[in-house]
Write a protein that binds this ligand. Structure first.
Ligand SMILES: [Zn+2]
Ligand SMILES: [Zn+2]
Length: 372
């Protein structure tokens, strides 16, 4: 029990809030904890800090202390028990006393193996129509020589002498809060409870071996960048008899020279000349199914989006296909022959000099095409 001022002990002002008190206590407790501070007065200081915080963190005790000093918080015999709720400070005391460590039960419990990721790059058309791909993955597998025990055939793991097979060691230690039992993973066997005297020659006692495995993948039509496929149980092996992890295939689709994906539709930018746009035409355009004829209507404006039904991407997990949307760009000639120039000049005279504001832009055309 201290006669020093509680606020001075914690180094805070008399109107410090709870957060400030807490952080002052946290810092001092870490500094003066007798387990980490070997100074002869560390334990005394730590008790003071503890007492000061116990009083000031309790509103009722604090106001009594503010009014009457130490006398206000001590019973007639001066033996009030000041306890701090250490659950708020598990981060400090967990480190010191081994609270919150993984218990042996958790360590030896069956656990699912880790998941593996594999990236598959696809050509644009492969993503549209689906493809069979062979991939090679590297993963751990249970060693066949020792069946995962890590012990050379003919020998067997022996019970760990350090922990007597429990996988954990208990240490009782005296702290200022009394005797505490610290449970840690056995350092000799790493918590397995067994040690291997003659390690398996194949896996060097690991119980696992690194393997390259070829897998046939059937990639369905209609996948896109970001599509993920899950191959159950093809990941890392389970631990302590747990199930294997999964293998996740991440799809990445390379960009195409002409085509762009927009969900199930394919966008294609197409240049037509000014006569084709004005008079209309039938032109051959690329599609993912091969060249196809597209009708350019008479008087097609630049930015108009023409739809080629069913020439898009098959819908994943349902029927039908999207469309190919052709965005028409009218090319304005930059080099004219003498004949062409003469024709344009005649056209210019005939069309006159009037101009008008544009009514519809590319985005409206596109919105209409995607919406319908
Ligand atoms: Zn082995
Ligand atoms: Zn052991």
């Amino acid at each position: 029990m201290t006669d020093h001022d509680y606020y001075e002990i914690l180094g805070v002002s008399r109107n410090a809030g709870q957060d400030e008190l807490k952080s002052a206590f946290r810092g001092l407790a870490r500094q003066y904890h007798p387990d980490v501070n070997s100074a002869p007065d560390a334990e005394e200081r730590f008790k003071e800090i503890n007492e000061a915080y116990a009083v000031l963190s309790n509103d009722q005790h604090r106001s009594a202390y503010d009014r009457y000093g130490h006398a206000g918080v001590r019973g007639p015999g001066g033996a009030t028990d000041f306890t701090v709720d250490f659950s708020d400070f598990a981060d400090i005391f967990g480190d010191l006393f081994g609270f919150g460590r993984t218990s042996r039960r958790a360590r030896n419990a069956p656990r699912r193996g880790a998941d593996l990721q594999y990236r598959v790059d696809l050509q644009f058309e492969e993503a549209v129509f689906g493809v069979e791909k062979e991939i090679e993955i590297t993963r751990d597998e249970v060693c066949e020589t020792c069946r995962g025990t890590g012990a050379e055939p003919g020998t067997s793991p022996v019970r760990c002498a350090t922990c007597n097979g429990s996988g954990e060691v208990r240490q009782s230690r005296q702290t200022i809060f009394g005797s505490m039992v610290q449970v840690t993973t056995c350092p000799s066997c790493n918590g397995r409870g067994e040690t291997i005297s003659t390690p398996c020659h194949t896996c060097k006692g690991r119980g696992l071996v690194r393997r390259n495995r070829k897998k046939e993948l059937t990639i369905p039509a209609g996948v896109d960048s970001g599509t993920q496929m899950r191959l159950g149980g093809e990941g890392q092996p389970g631990i302590n008899g747990g199930p294997n992890g999964n293998l996740f295939i991440q799809i990445y689709v390379k960009s195409h020279k002409f085509f762009k994906r927009h969900d199930h539709n394919i966008l294609l930018d197409l240049n037509v000349n000014i006569a084709q746009a004005t008079l209309g035409a039938e032109v051959e355009v690329p599609t993912v199914d091969g060249p196809a004829i597209l009708k350019i209507p008479t008087g097609t404006q630049a930015g108009k989006v023409l739809k080629m039904r069913g020439k898009g991407v098959p819908r994943l997990r349902s029927n039908g296909r999207g469309d190919q949307l052709v965005v028409v760009n009218v090319e304005i000639p930059t080099r004219l022959t003498a004949d062409q120039r003469e024709l344009f000049e005649q056209l210019a005279q005939s069309l006159g000099s009037e101009v008008s504001p544009q009514e519809r832009g590319f985005l409206e055309w596109l919105r209409e095409a995607l919406g319908s």
